[in-house]
Design a protein. Structure first.
Length: 79
C-alpha cells in the first residue's frame, strides 16, 4: 500500500481523531479510505444519472401524455 501525507487544519485533525476514537475506524487512514470509497460510489452514481439523462434527451420528445407516463412510472416503481 502506498503512503500519502496530507495537511489538515487543527479542527479537522481533531474531527478525524474523534471518528477513530468512537471505534468505527481503526485509525485516520481507515477513516480517509472510507471517505474516498464513499466519494467514488457517489461519483459513479452521478455518472450513471448523467448517462440516463443523456439517453433521455437523445430519445426525443415522447408521444405519450404526462398521465400515461406517470402511470407507467408508478407501475415500474411497484413491480
Amino acid at each position: 500500500m502506498s503512503t500519502m501525507s496530507i495537511s489538515l487544519p487543527e479542527e479537522m485533525k481533531r474531527w478525524v481523531e474523534r471518528q477513530c476514537g468512537h471505534g468505527r475506524f481503526e485509525d485516520p487512514s481507515d477513516y480517509v479510505r472510507d471517505l474516498i470509497r464513499r466519494d467514488q460510489a457517489r461519483q459513479a452514481k452521478i455518472a450513471h444519472m448523467q448517462s440516463l439523462i443523456g439517453e433521455g434527451l437523445a430519445s426525443g420528445k415522447s408521444q405519450r401524455s404526462m398521465a400515461d407516463i406517470k402511470v407507467e412510472a408508478s407501475r415500474r416503481a411497484v413491480g
